[in-house]
Write a protein that binds this ligand. Structure first.
Ligand SMILES: *[C@@H]1O[C@H](CO)[C@@H](O)[C@H](O)[C@H]1NC(C)=O
Ligand SMILES: *[C@@H]1O[C@H](CO)[C@@H](O)[C@H](O)[C@H]1NC(C)=O
Length: 221
């Protein structure tokens, strides 16, 4: 009887998720934007896999794609931080202070830092959007502010990338390692790769403002 009680909701869930998939509308322009933007990243397949989940009408331009890419990166970092917090808690509960615990603590510090930096950069990207919407290309103060926000986003995303890579690379080479170390390495490198992709996508979005600034600079007497 208990089994029957469970089966019904599972069937409903299954039907519902199939319906939801079937109804999701993919915008061909968004697909094209994702393809071309991912092409410029270091991990294009991972990039397409992560972003095509959002390939409906919500992404219409490189600005929105940069938001999605950074949010994906933040959510991966948050997930990995949660995993490391849980593992660290288990070590503490077992009063286990071996070398693996130190590695877990270091990685937790680095991934938490990635989370903070990505969180900051998403907020900065919103500030950039607001500046851009007030009319880029007309006012020197606005133009300078735009470049300032761009450089902040790039700095913070780069720092997040460095932190995640540092954790991932604290497990050298292909030598045999414990299952725990291997799992942490995979998760941290995944955060690093997704963040590297987000940085490349942001570069793509920022390129036109940089180019405009360069053009203005050469025009000046
Ligand atoms: C687009 O997809 C995302 C993620 O699957 C979903 O949250 C969002 O509601 C969808 N938007 C539209 C307009 O379908
Ligand atoms: C991002 O920062 C805000 C505070 O500015 C905080 O409330 C929020 O929890 C942070 N998000 C994450 C994922 O850390």
């Amino acid at each position: 009887m208990a089994q029957l009680n469970l089966t019904l909701p599972v069937i409903f869930l299954f039907l519902f998720s199939n319906l939801a998939t079937a109804r999701r509308i993919y915008n061909p322009q968004t697909i094209a934007l994702i393809r071309s933007s991912c092409h410029a990243t270091l991990y294009p397949n991972l990039c397409k896999r992560c972003l095509s989940k959002f390939a409906n009408f919500t992404i219409q331009n490189p600005q929105q794609l940069a938001h999605v890419a950074l949010s994906v990166s933040l959510s991966r970092a948050v997930y990995t931080r949660g995993y490391l917090q849980k593992v660290a808690e288990e070590f503490r509960a077992a009063k286990n202070n071996n070398i693996e615990y130190l590695i877990v603590q270091d990685c937790l510090k680095q991934i938490s830092d990635s989370v903070d930096q990505l969180n900051l950069s998403i907020k900065e990207l919103r500030r950039l959007d607001r500046r851009v919407s007030t009319g880029a290309g007309t006012d020197t103060i606005i133009n300078d502010a735009i470049l300032w926000h761009i450089s902040n986003v790039e700095t913070w995303v780069s720092t997040a990338l460095t932190d995640a890579s540092t954790c991932g690379n604290s497990f050298p080479g292909r030598q045999r390692m414990s299952k725990l170390k291997a799992t942490i390495k995979v998760k941290a490198l995944n955060v690093a790769q997704v963040t590297s992709n987000a940085l490349a996508i942001f570069h793509g979005y920022a390129a036109k403002y940089r180019a405009a600034a360069a053009a203005r600079a050469t025009k000046k007497p």
